[in-house]
Design a protein around this ligand. Structure first.
Ligand code: MN
Length: 232
């Protein structure tokens, strides 16, 4: 009796071995779990379910054992793949989960987030996030040709690389402690699981004699990583 959490796989054809390792993870581990949660940035980029995508096809194939065994899989958007829609999720066998969501994890209410909304010190990113999550922006973007969307995604990737690579920005790329506590307080939980920062850790926050736990998932750039919560 286990529940598995992964995030930030950043699946991309430039790292085909990671897709293979995900497929192995599904066959050997996820298919035996109570549920699998994917907390965003599953894909390096996603420009719409209607765009032909070889990475997406390989992912759907890797998920086949989950569908055949009818294992539940939940997926939350990340900042790279927020345009992933119902159509693709259904094809892969995933249920879309809003960010944030609170789940009952073997009796412990647990807050799940991608994690980007906690990085409130990155004002420039938060402004883009707000804009790009509006239905108007998404409608306009999705009505462009696949080529135009691809060009936009490539450019956004370059700019993001520059932004995160700038050491002056290092401090703002992590979560804001106040935002973490605020999110946990309003969700009334003492456990939070998120990804996004690629800074895997278990943080303990002491608040009024209580201990809050923040579990940060690792990325899959080099090798697979998952958080496994056992039924007590
Ligand atoms: Mn992210």
């Amino acid at each position: 009796m286990t529940t598995l959490f992964i995030s930030d796989l950043h699946l991309d054809l430039v790292r085909p071995e990671i897709i293979e390792l995900f497929s192995k993870f599904v066959r050997e581990e996820a298919v035996h779990a109570d549920a699998l949660y994917i907390l965003g940035d599953l894909f390096e980029a996603w420009i719409g379910d209607d765009a032909e995508d070889e990475t997406g096809r390989r992912f759907v194939e890797a998920m086949r054992p989950m569908r055949e065994a009818q294992r539940p899989c939940f997926y939350m958007h990340g900042n790279r793949d927020f345009l992933l829609g119902e159509r693709f999720a259904k094809e892969a066998g995933m249920t879309l989960l809003p960010d944030p969501s609170v789940i009952d994890l073997y009796g412990t209410p647990t807050l799940l987030m991608h994690g980007d909304t906690l990085c409130t010190d990155d004002v420039e990113y938060q402004a883009f996030r707000k804009l790009s999550r509006s239905p108007e922006w998404q409608r306009a973007f999705l009505s462009k040709s696949v080529e135009e969307r691809q060009a936009f995604a490539n450019q956004a990737r370059q700019e993001s690389k520059k932004h995160t690579g700038d050491t002056a920005n290092e401090g703002i790329m992590d979560v804001n402690q106040g935002a973490v506590e605020q999110a946990m307080r309003s969700a009334k939980v003492d456990r939070l699981i998120h990804g996004h920062t690629h800074r895997p850790a278990t943080h303990e926050i002491k608040r009024n004699g209580e201990i809050l736990k923040r579990l940060v998932l690792a990325d899959w750039y080099q090798h697979p990583s998952r958080l496994c919560i056992l039924k007590p």
